[in-house]
Design a protein around this ligand. Structure first.
Ligand code: GUN
Length: 309
């Protein structure tokens, strides 16, 4: 079997078009433009890329944006003061503090200080609680993007057995909640799960959010399953790349390693997924593109809810 590739590109573009239309409507009818404020601390190169993309996309869709960049030695109090100031400013609709934060900054206190109504990441305990109770709330962007991929690709969720590998607060746990809300039967696997490959292989939908390149192999995949790869890992070893990519892709990947020093790889072994799954999302070009699109959607949602539009 050759699995269908579920590209995130068209789906992300469609969502961004919908958001842009909504922004235009709000601006025209109510004279307000949604404003997203992003806070970044330090010089983590991946964070710089992500934040750049978030700011640029919000502007492309007609929203306003602010980028607050603090040096790596910024104190906890300095970061906290910025969040409090953004909370207090009525024109700010969305606040996103890019993770990870430097060790001297207490991530938990920062996230708990963000006004839940402006919490476009959906990480505040109030939003986490609402999600678990099935109340309307701001939902973490990456798992929300996975649901969009499944729905817009017409993958049945209700009644399906969905297996999530990983139990992080950012992806695994909210992913399980959202799949449950869509009436899937949900299993969450983690590092202490007994015979994880056998459990994973009972999933009609398999979501990999572990953070280890190529962790999900053929043995984890039920034949014909829909495999969603949330991982973003760097692989710099050509021998490891050769385990992950077949003749259709290996040359391109080795060229990327030679040029940039690494290639982006998900948590799923794509060579084996292609042969055993019914459908799977590529890395790059899959779930990652949805994360930014869903952040834009959350920012407009926050603007509408806060301003009662
Ligand atoms: N770092 C990695 N993923 C995320 C995310 O979804 N939101 C924020 N704020 N930081 C991140």
């Amino acid at each position: 079997m050759t699995a269908k590739i579920l590209s995130g590109k068209e789906i992300a573009e469609a969502i961004k078009r919908e958001v842009a239309a909504e922004v235009a409507l709000i601006t025209e009818r109510h004279g307000v433009r949604p404003l997203l404020a992003v806070v970044r601390v330090g010089e983590d190169p991946a964070s710089a890329v992500y934040v750049g993309s978030k700011v640029k996309t919000s502007e492309e869709l007609g929203m306003l944006s602010e980028h607050h960049h603090l040096p790596v030695e910024a104190t906890h109090e300095e970061v906290l003061a910025i969040v409090k100031d953004l909370n207090a400013r009525p024109e700010v609709d969305g606040i996103l503090v890019q993770l990870p934060l430097p060790a001297q900054v207490d991530e938990r206190e920062i996230l708990e200080t963000i006004d839940p109504a402006k919490d476009v990441d959906g990480f505040h305990p109030v939003n986490v609680g609402k999600l678990s109770q099935g109340q309307k709330s701001l939902v973490p962007c990456t798992p929300a993007g996975v649901i969009e991929i499944l729905k817009r690709s017409e993958i049945p969720i209700a009644g399906a057995h969905a297996v999530v590998i990983g139990r992080s607060n950012i992806v695994g746990k909210p992913m399980a909640q959202l799949l449950l809300q869509e009436n899937a039967t949900v299993t969450v696997c983690h590092s202490r799960t007994k015979d994880l490959p056998a459990v994973a292989a009972t999933g009609d939908i398999l979501v990999a959010a572990i953070g280890r390149a190529g962790f999900v192999r053929a043995a984890h995949i039920k034949p014909g399953a829909c495999v969603i790869d949330v991982g973003i890992n760097n692989v710099s070893d050509p021998a490891q790349a050769a385990e992950l990519f077949g003749p259709d892709e290996i040359e391109k990947r080795l060229n990327t390693i030679a040029k940039r020093g690494f290639t982006l790889v998900g948590d799923v072994n794509p060579k084996e997924a292609k042969e055993k799954a019914g459908a799977f999302t590529p890395v790059p070009g899959g779930v990652g593109l949805l994360t930014v699109a869903m952040l834009m959607k959350n920012t407009v949602e926050a603007a509408k809810m806060r301003r009662k539009l």
